[in-house]
Design a binder for this molecule. Structure first.
Ligand SMILES: *[C@@H]1O[C@H](CO)[C@@H](O)[C@H](O)[C@H]1NC(C)=O
Ligand SMILES: *[C@@H]1O[C@H](CO)[C@@H](O)[C@H](O)[C@H]1NC(C)=O
Ligand SMILES: *[C@@H]1O[C@H](CO)[C@@H](O)[C@H](O)[C@H]1NC(C)=O
Ligand SMILES: *[C@@H]1O[C@H](CO)[C@@H](O)[C@H](O)[C@H]1NC(C)=O
Ligand SMILES: *[C@@H]1O[C@H](CO)[C@@H](O)[C@H](O)[C@H]1NC(C)=O
Ligand SMILES: *[C@@H]1O[C@H](CO)[C@@H](O)[C@H](O)[C@H]1NC(C)=O
Ligand SMILES: *[C@@H]1O[C@H](CO)[C@@H](O)[C@H](O)[C@H]1NC(C)=O
Ligand SMILES: *[C@@H]1O[C@H](CO)[C@@H](O)[C@H](O)[C@H]1NC(C)=O
Length: 580
């Protein structure tokens, strides 16, 4: 039953028209009674029963924007169950509110925890504890099994898509009622996230397409079965070729590749803007014999899940390294860039672009023997241990006996096991598209953690699925009116690249998206700024894939290069199940 207090009734009456809302003060709306009265009644959202007694509401100040907002918390249960799920929302003051709702993604095995990310856009924001303590830092890998061998599906479904979907489904009617808008008032709804936050965003447009207007998706860690197991591929290459390159040798190979391919895009700026031309024209064997040197170093590396008990962080000490790039080192590098094939020669997955760092392939120095050996990345090791083998472990203890075929079996197993949760590659976006949804999807071209071509493959799958009877060219023309893909020259995983520091990065995606959704301005490019080196301050216009950047007559252009684009396209015959 809805509970109305006098204050809430007054707030609702005052807010009867949108104009009047703006004259209400934040403090008059930021009351437990107003929020309780604004909760969607039981029965209106199928399967969601809100608990009015759990509501808190207090006026707070946002450190980042300096503006006041109303911090609201409310819990709900799934009908017929008793486990409470906590939702946090941040409501801007009525004067700042622009009829927007904003959801930010998390990363690694985390969901986003901040409900204030929307304030700078005049948007209500939200975050959810997903029923397993996500707001207080519990990550899904801490709760994905109940014990060895027993999957704990509830948190997996919630993390995979349901928690964010419900956050938004509850949040939009709550937003309307909080400010006293009509129950059918348009609330522009945005999603923004990168890495697993990108995967989380894809889950929302795939499954809650009607709820979202604009989704900004960076380097999504989706196609989860393949993506997570693929983190072990580089180590398995080293094991198979029986060569564990010193870290400095691999770094030298990357640096020399950057130097060798820098100019192929028409400008020498330390950035491989055309990894396609690099792949087609640069032969890694030309690096053999080049000398390298790295000073001794003690470094702490943050793992995938770096704030947790199984943090994957490690302190490593490497000696001064001096040598020449070996044929074996180049062979390892080439195999890693080539991607995973079965022993029968069938391609199973794609890999990082040439010129990307070899993060997964980093080796460990053993100072007792003075040799280099395997260092299993916990990204892949934990996934195989906990999510496939269902053991309570943080890493694999060994890769002994693990072959390319083993990786493919793991990928297949995980793809099937998590097909309807974490895989997150449903290619039919009809609901989202037909309700006006728009996607800006970006991916660093030198990403060493989620392969760039992984994004290209999904974008292609959507084009094929949505426009099966059109030619590729016609399908892409249609697609770009609502789904645009941008590769970011030289960029790493969800950010700039220390080895290609003069590369651009797009930073005003929300402004571009708001223009698109609210004013109908379909972007022709993304603005991306350079913040280092001789071109510091330059704004580059990122090309919509499959167009490729080229520096010509003193300016960046976007050219059509079918052969170049082709280097991003893959099929995966090693799997009998279609891989989207
Ligand atoms: C909605 O359902 C829940 C769980 O059944 C109950 O605790 C709650 O009081 C109900 N809300 C209202 C407003 O009746
Ligand atoms: C690679 O380039 C980076 C940045 O330009 C530099 O700091 C590093 O020393 C180089 N490493 C090697 C092995 O050449
Ligand atoms: C690279 O050069 C080596 C040695 O000259 C040659 O064997 C190899 O076929 C070349 N690779 C490509 C892709 O051209
Ligand atoms: C994972 O385990 C392996 C083998 O014990 C170890 O070499 C590696 O350092 C571990 N990785 C992390 C990130 O902890
Ligand atoms: C590297 O190669 C140079 C000649 O190209 C040679 O003089 C030097 O000894 C080599 N260094 C090592 C560590 O092998
Ligand atoms: C080897 O590394 C460990 C850990 O960093 C350190 O404690 C130890 O002193 C080192 N031993 C030698 C011989 O350098
Ligand atoms: C669960 O499996 C892990 C790894 O195999 C093992 O170390 C642990 O003891 C097992 N836990 C229980 C309760 O059996
Ligand atoms: C790019 O930036 C310019 C100003 O530098 C601005 O006028 C334009 O609207 C921006 N375009 C996009 C797509 O963000």
């Amino acid at each position: 039953m809805r509970q109305y207090s006098r204050a809430a009734a007054a707030a609702v009456a005052l807010a009867a028209t949108a104009k009047a809302t703006n004259t209400a003060s934040l403090s008059s709306l930021c009351t437990v009674a107003n929020v309780q009265a604004a909760l969607p009644a039981n029965g209106t959202l199928l399967g969601i029963d809100l608990l009015p007694s759990t509501v808190t509401a207090e006026t707070s100040s946002d450190q980042q924007s300096g503006s006041d907002y109303c911090a609201v918390s409310v819990s709900y249960v799934h009908t017929g169950t008793t486990d409470e799920i906590v939702l946090n929302y941040g409501f801007p003051s009525p004067a700042d509110f622009s009829n927007r709702f904003y959801v930010a993604g998390g990363f690694g095995y985390s969901l986003g925890t901040s409900s204030t990310g929307g304030l700078e856009y005049g948007a209500v924001g939200g975050a959810t504890d997903a029923g397993y303590g996500a707001l207080t830092g519990t990550t899904v890998d801490e709760v994905n099994i109940k014990g060895n061998g027993t999957i704990n599906w509830d948190p997996i479904f919630m993390f995979a898509y349901q928690a964010l979907g419900e956050l938004t489904t509850v949040g939009k009617p709550l937003t309307r009622a909080f400010y006293g808008l009509d129950s059918d008032a348009k609330i522009y709804t945005y999603y923004e996230g990168c890495s697993d936050g990108g995967r989380q965003g894809m889950s929302q447009i795939q499954r809650y397409g009607a709820e979202y207007d604009g989704a900004i998706i960076g380097a999504p860690a989706f196609r989860y079965g393949q993506q997570q197991v693929n983190h072990l591929f580089s180590s398995v290459v080293e094991q198979t070729l029986d060569y564990y390159p010193p870290t400095c040798e691999m770094e030298k190979i990357v640096n020399a590749t950057i130097a060798g391919c820098d100019a192929l895009d028409g400008r020498v700026d330390g950035v491989i803007s055309r990894s396609d031309l690099c792949q087609l024209e640069f032969n890694l064997t030309s690096i053999i014999g080049e000398s390298y040197y790295c000073a001794a170093e003690t470094s702490a590396s943050l793992g995938f899940n770096f704030n947790k008990r199984n943090d994957g962080s490690s302190v490593s000490t490497t000696p001064a390294q001096r040598g020449n790039v070996t044929a074996k080192g180049v062979e390892v590098a080439q195999k890693i860039y080539d991607g995973l094939f079965s022993s029968a020669g069938e391609r199973a997955y794609l890999s990082y672009r040439i010129g990307a760092e070899f993060t997964d392939g980093e080796t460990a120095y053993d100072n007792t023997t003075g040799t280099w050996g395997v260092d299993i990345p916990s990204t892949g090791g934990e996934f195989v241990g906990r999510f496939i083998e269902l053991q309570d472990v943080d890493n694999l203890s060994t890769l002994e006996g693990v072959t390319y075929d083993t990786l493919i079996e793991w990928m297949n197993e995980a793809m099937v096991l998590y097909m309807d949760t974490l895989q997150t590659t449903l290619p039919d976006l009809t609901t989202f598209e037909s309700t006006g949804g728009k996607i800006i999807h970006y991916h660093g071209e030198s990403d060493p953690s989620v392969p760039t071509a992984s994004s290209v493959h999904y974008w292609q799958s959507v084009a094929r699925t949505m426009y099966p009877s059109l030619s590729t060219a016609d399908a892409l023309e249609k697609l770009k009116t609502w789904y645009q893909l941008y590769l970011v020259p030289g960029a790493a995983h969800c950010g700039r690249n220390t080895l290609q520091p003069d590369g651009p990065f797009p930073e005003d995606n929300m402004e571009t998206m708001i223009q698109w959704i609210e004013n109908g301005v379909q972007p022709a490019w993304l603005n991306a700024t350079v913040d280092a080196g001789q071109y510091d301050g330059e704004v580059q216009q990122l090309c919509q894939f499959p167009k490729r950047p080229l520096w010509k007559n003193g300016a960046w252009e976007c050219e059509t290069d079918a052969e170049g684009a082709e280097t991003f396209y893959y099929n995966f015959p090693a799997f009998k199940t279609p891989v989207f």
